[in-house]
Design a protein around this ligand. Structure first.
Ligand SMILES: Cc1cc2nc3c(=O)[nH]c(=O)nc-3n(C[C@H](O)[C@H](O)[C@H](O)COP(=O)(O)OP(=O)(O)OC[C@H]3O[C@@H](n4cnc5c(N)ncnc54)[C@H](O)[C@@H]3O)c2cc1C
Length: 416
């Protein structure tokens, strides 16, 4: 049994690991190190309740400060893990504000470092200036204030252009449109959330957005974002978004929502195996003894596909962090969870489970137009994915069916 477990990252994977260590009776030291200045919070609320102003930042905490103290779990916020020595079993921490450094030894280490928003910019070049992204609470608060300024403003200043119609781009569009901002959603693919949900659901979502006044432009390859030279306040004025085919859009706010990159630099510089994620086995163990990894940052063996996979969902972070904690305590089980996530747009709660991009065929029960349906995706006759609105019980059952394949030897050939 380790004496001190250090967890790098105060996101859901790190928090779930800390809670599981205590729940499962670990009585050694648990120290969480987080670059974020806030203790663990619900990241999923950033582009929903926090952005819309339905709640303030003091209402997004995962647990109260008292609850962490009672467990007890020590949380060092505003502290970055700058260096990892897997042989000496220590990390060097750095205060984000002062730069002060300290060394912290560990018996077991969990890397739950999540990731950062992929910046919009030329391949390999610097990010285009003035583009906002949403990954942490500060990002969401900054965007909230810009949306407040833009709401009802005339001309381009009252316009928001979002690059990327994935889950985050669509959620930002829904909040901004409801706030009275003129929203244009630019997407490289053929439809919003294409590949993540079946075509019919994607079309339904597109209709939902356009019904709320959002303009959707598809097949758009953004090649540049520049400040408008005619703007009266350069730097905080109007930007022009350029597409490869010559189209252009002018807006007071530009948001980049083109995915995230896993935070692997700490692991990589320490010599751990990394390939678009920190490589772990089915027990969340990395290539370095005593070091585990979980959540958005970790790439794990996926029994559904037979390959490896990273998943960027809240519930996965929670389950994977808990699985890593059990492995640290010597009670690990192979990680076998069917991924699922949700999104909330214009009052519609959409749930997505399994591996939608692997589905060859979809069957729909219910009424898409009424946003009350379950759509099930099949590959080689087996259920591999499900997407539902207004049917949480059916979605749960579909998840269980998909999970049955996890316990069988082999995966459908089409998704191997
Ligand atoms: C705006 C937004 C909305 C989302 N909405 C949904 C949703 O509706 N449903 C859903 O299923 N999923 C959603 N997600 C995805 C989900 O929130 C993530 O999958 C989940 O939060 C990942 O958790 P994590 O703990 O792995 O990583 P993170 O939450 O990224 O946490 C990692 C933490 O580690 C810290 N860190 C990194 N490196 C270091 C270091 N060297 N030293 C110290 N600290 C470090 C970071 O500062 C960060 O706080 C959303 C994500 C975002 C950004």
């Amino acid at each position: 049994m380790p004496g001190r477990v250090v967890i790098v990252g105060t996101g859901i994977a790190g928090a779930a690991a800390a809670q599981t260590l205590r729940k499962d009776g670990f009585d050694g030291e648990v120290v969480m190190i987080g670059a974020d200045r806030r203790p663990p919070y619900r990241r999923t609320m950033l582009t929903k309740d926090l952005l819309s102003g339905r709640v303030d930042a003091d209402r997004i905490a995962l647990r109260s400060a008292d609850a962490w103290q009672t467990m007890p779990v020590e949380i060092r916020t505003g502290t970055r893990a700058a260096h990892l020595d897997p042989v000496g079993r220590s990390i060097t921490t750095e205060d984000v504000g002062t730069g002060a450094r300290a060394t912290l030894g560990y018996d077991a280490l969990l890397l739950a470092t999540g990731g950062r928003a992929r910046r919009l910019g030329p391949p390999g070049g610097p990010a285009w200036p003035g583009v906002l992204h949403v990954r942490d609470a500060e990002d969401a608060l900054a965007l909230r204030s810009r949306i407040g300024e833009a709401a009802g403003a005339p001309g381009p200043r009252g316009r928001l252009v979002i690059v990327g119609a994935g889950l985050i781009g669509c959620e930002v569009a829904a909040v901004a449109a409801a706030a009275g901002v003129a929203v244009t959603l630019l997407e490289a693919g053929p439809r919003p959330l294409a590949g993540t949900v079946p075509d019919a659901v994607s079309t339904m979502l597109a209709d939902l957005h356009t019904g709320h006044g959002v303009t959707i432009e598809t097949g758009v390859q953004v090649v540049g974002v520049v400040g408008d030279p005619d703007s009266d306040t350069p730097g905080r004025g109007v930007s022009v978004v350029h597409a490869a085919d010559g189209r252009r859009w002018t807006a007071g706010i530009v948001v980049g929502a083109v995915g995230m990159s896993p935070a692997t630099e700490l692991a990589q510089s320490a010599g751990l195996a990394v390939a678009d994620g920190i490589l772990v086995d089915e027990y969340c163990a990395t290539s370095a003894p005593g070091v585990h990894a979980a959540g958005d940052a970790a790439r794990f063996p996926d029994p559904l596909t037979g390959g490896t996979r990273r998943i960027e969902h809240w519930n996965h972070g929670q389950a994977h962090g808990a699985a890593a904690a059990r492995a640290i305590l010597g009670a690990g089980r192979p990680y076998r969870e069917v991924p699922w996530c949700w999104t909330h747009q214009y009052g519609v709660n959409l749930q997505i489970a399994g591996t939608p991009h692997a589905a060859q065929e979809w069957r729909v029960q219910g009424d898409l137009g009424a946003r009350d349906f379950l759509s099930t995706g099949f590959a080689d006759g087996r259920e591999v994915a499900a997407v539902a609105a207004g049917r949480p019980t059916e979605l749960r059952a579909a998840r269980a069916h998909i999970g049955e394949h996890l316990t069988r030897a082999g995966a459908p050939a089409a998704i191997r």
